[in-house]
Design a protein around this ligand. Structure first.
Ligand code: PMP
Length: 427
């Protein structure tokens, strides 16, 4: 039998495990297995071969501020941000981490003043990513401590606000809550600021921005995240944290990430023969289809409700990529809901081309679902139907809410829909 057949069997066994032997579907984590189908179609195009003699050294580029960052990965990260237009990467230092989880802690370390007597308050607006309080207080650091909801922060002292946009769990586009009050610093966690999840409205240009391959390409197992950092000293401190905790980041992972990030950048280019289907379009379509199905099921229910998101325009289209040579004098003007006119400069506003932009709703990586008044604890309620979700309590809010993953494999997602439908017909 072919090696492919046994690979498929192994995959089925793994996927059977996510729907466990007692029939539970585990949608508690945002495990991005939905993306496997795209990468399977790509076959061996992203295979990376690493010889026994490769990558033995701790060091990648000793002249670089982040001395363990593989130059190929840096190039791929900057190229991808240029192609997508979601972050001003070229004016920032890149620091690689073992997932963006490691970089969150590294950023807290780097942004804390070293001469403070009391720990710096770390806040994020409710509902916040459930790992923030857990990771902030895990080692009981003397440098910083979790201080809860950014909306109720009550201190004149230094603080760090974690701004997650789009937000985990509810997918909302966010800005900082406590800007410029006291001595605040911001960390922008942009794990989900990619076109499959949300319209790309502008290139983000903040002081510290965190991204992760886990949510961008779905390669969570490679554990690659990156920070884009404006200030050299802050970038140096983030690098120091990683040096002290893990002496760098796996080179095998970095080289694999460089390959997949490069492949999805190429997949966005509209000119020339296409080797890959556009990754973001494929993923966005798949997620949008899932959201349509979920909304349809929830609409028929008097038990559950989902948030409504406003339509936003997205500048990520092939036309935009082609028409964006980095020329700051280019002028864009919206003339209809989905057409922009492009002129070369203000003095000569004659249109040189029209660009199509799409307006669309978010396709968040998680659903943030609310139960009606008769159900106090939505997580507990869904557990009775063998659906494992994460309670609103973990995100600093009401147990009437749950978060569940929208990026599982088809099998789990379809089972979820069936079970939600069955709940409605339960009487
Ligand atoms: N930030 C946010 C908002 C996340 O949702 C996650 C993953 N769930 C992370 C950071 C961490 O991702 P990773 O460590 O896999 O890069």
């Amino acid at each position: 039998r072919s090696a492919l057949a046994s690979k498929e069997e192994a995959r089925d066994m793994i996927s059977a495990r996510t729907v466990s032997s007692d029939g539970f579907i585990n949608l508690d984590h945002g495990d991005p297995t939905m993306f496997e189908s795209y990468w399977r179609k790509m076959g061996d195009k992203c295979t990376v071969v690493i010889a026994g003699s490769d990558s033995l050294s701790y060091f990648a580029e000793t002249k670089n501020l982040c001395w363990f960052l593989e130059p190929k990965l840096e190039e791929a990260i900057k190229g991808l941000h240029r192609a997508v237009g979601n972050a001003a990467a070229d004016d920032h230092h890149v620091v690689v981490g073992t997932g963006s989880s490691q970089l969150i802690l590294a950023a807290l370390y780097a942004l804390c003043p070293q001469d403070e007597l009391k720990p710096v308050s770390v806040v994020s607006a409710v509902p916040y990513y459930s790992s923030y309080p857990e990771m902030t207080d895990f080692l009981r650091s003397g440098l910083y401590k979790w201080a809860g909801d950014a909306q109720t922060l009550d201190t004149d002292g230094p603080y760090i606000e974690l701004v997650t946009s789009p937000n985990n769990p509810d997918g909302v586009t966010r800005e900082a809550i406590v800007v410029n009050r006291g001595r605040g610093k911001l960390v922008h966690d942009l794990a989900y600021y990619w076109p499959q999840y949300t319209p790309i409205s502008h290139p983000a240009d903040y002081d510290v921005m965190l991204f992760t391959a886990s949510k961008c390409t779905g390669h969570a197992g490679s554990r690659i995240g990156w920070a884009l950092v404006r200030d050299k000293d802050v970038a140096r401190k983030i690098t120091k944290f990683i040096e002290l905790s893990t002496i760098g980041v796996s080179k095998e992972s970095q080289l694999r990430a460089a390959k997949v990030l490069g492949a999805i950048s190429d997949s966005c280019q509209r000119s020339g023969p296409l080797e890959f289907d556009n990754f973001f379009e494929c993923s966005k379509n798949l997620l949008a289809e899932r959201w349509d199905k979920l909304r349809d099921v929830v609409k028929r229910s008097d038990i559950f409700s989902l948030p409504e998101y406003p339509l936003q325009h997205c500048l990520f289209t092939g036309e935009f990529t082609v028409a964006h040579p980095g020329n700051s004098s280019i002028m864009l003007k919206a003339i209809t809901m989905n057409t922009l006119v492009v002129s070369l400069n203000r003095a000569d506003p004659r249109p040189v081309c029209l660009m199509l932009v799409s307006f669309y709703e978010k396709n968040a990586a998680f659903a943030w679902m609310k139960c009606n008044e008769s159900i106090e604890d939505c997580e507990k309620f869904l557990k009775e139907y063998k659906i494992q979700t994460r309670s609103g309590k973990r995100f600093g809010t009401d147990p009437k809410y749950v978060r569940f993953s929208m990026v599982s494999r088809d099998k789990e997602f379809n089972l979820l829909l069936q079970r939600l439908l069955a709940i409605q017909g339960r009487d």
